[in-house]
Design a protein around this ligand. Structure first.
Ligand SMILES: [Zn+2]
Ligand SMILES: [Zn+2]
Length: 144
């Protein structure tokens, strides 16, 4: 996921839209037994100076895993915004190297930051009865 600022500059423009599809090589989801779909990234890169740029856009993906409460199979769609100012001379954070922005770390960090604490199949999932193990979304039990 590389954005070449030289190309934007050479085209005489100050901004350029980008779109990427991306399969992460590292595990971005800490939820047990969860997998992430193909990740789609759409956005715009802006030249803000000779050594700086600004990127903004949207990351779309879905996570499939087990509901935290009832353990039922669950898939959820996510759309996460990002915007980041980058500077070649910036020592911390995201950098521009040789006039190229690599979005990989920005995207990975956003997905990790956005991971839900509770991955629920539905807002009001009733979970599993701790006594008898019945899925309380599907049936009720006689436990007190
Ligand atoms: Zn559930
Ligand atoms: Zn029960």
């Amino acid at each position: 996921m590389l954005i070449d600022l030289k190309k934007i500059r050479a085209s005489g423009k100050e901004e350029e839209n980008f779109s990427f599809e991306y399969t992460p090589t590292e595990n971005l989801v800490g939820l047990p037994d969860a997998t992430i779909s193909l990740i789609k990234i759409n956005g715009t890169a802006y030249l803000t100076g000779r050594h700086s740029a600004y990127v903004e856009g949207e990351i779309s993906y879905s996570i499939t895993g087990s509901c935290t409460r009832c353990l039922g199979a669950t898939t959820k769609d996510f759309v996460v915004d990002f915007n980041e100012g980058l500077d070649m001379n910036n020592l911390e954070g995201y950098k521009i190297k040789n006039d190229i922005i690599d979005l990989t770390k920005i995207v990975n960090d956003r997905i990790i930051m956005n991971e839900p604490v509770n991955f629920l199949c539905r807002e009001n999932c009733k979970g599993i009865c701790v006594n008898c193990g019945v899925n309380l979304n599907e049936e009720s039990c006689k436990c007190k």
